[in-house]
Ligand binder design. Sequence first.
Ligand code: BDR
Length: 313
Amino acid sequence: MTQKTIVLTDPGQDQAAALFMMLGAPQAFDLLGIVATAGNIDLTHTTQNCLKLLELANRTDIAVMAGCPRPMAGDLVTAEHVHGPTGLDGPQLPAPTTTISEEHGVEFIIRTLRAASDGEITICSLSPMTNLAMALVQAPDIASRIRQVVAMAGAYFEVGNITPTAEFNVYVDPMAADIVLNAGVKTTLLPLDVTHRMLSTPARLAAMGAIGNRCGTATAEMLTFSQTFDLNKYGWEGAPLHGPCVPAYMLRPDIFTGRQINVSVETGQNLATGMTVADWWGITDRHKNVFYVRDGDPDAYYDLLIECLGNLP
Ligand code: BDR
């Protein structure tokens, strides 16, 4: 079934792969618009990166909106050390022939959800959740219109990747994650616990490059660039591939396993800022607000990504 979907993203090579996965599965995703987030890099770059990716995929019909330039509180933390100075380094991508929409990303979310019926719209969050949280604060009535939030965010068993205890997307805007997780909306998290299983081995990257189309080649080249940091850091046979876990979970939930549990976010300024405290063992009686994905089948995951990339130019 096709799901009307809003994408929140700060691409980021892994999120480029996620976006391509959605574009390559039009039977499942009807992309209503993309809200560029400040995260991996500043908003000016993330908006441009979204436009470049749509250009490469011949999908300039999809609207891109700029969201907020910084998190709800505090300064923006970025990740050029992973993604490069443009946030999307690697191959030369086509210059955009389109521009971003004039409407603000938060206004777009509110307007689109208010025009929808209850439970109609899915939010795919690949980035910090700033713009969705801002929309929920400004217009709490929109919560009922959301069918589900599926987000790459958090970590528990794998702890952190930007601090010893925090995953990047939550660390950038812990307050936003806290608001979204407590909005009473059906929410699925794809944390580092599952993304760290999805390693971009040389064989998997070669298979992507061998598709023979420009989106497949560019994805393989982008991931080859961004994996350098993680290969040095972890010493694994490939790097974790985070973003595509979101569309993959929506396309093939059967290849993932998890549990409905409570996840609470540490919003204070301390050693554990941005930590997602996951009550995996049901130790508390806190509300089970999240389906927390802990594991998945990496072969099926990469097969699916390659299949979707193969549907693109
Ligand atoms: C997340 O952090 C970002 O750098 C990646 O694009 C991904 O969204 C993983 O923690």
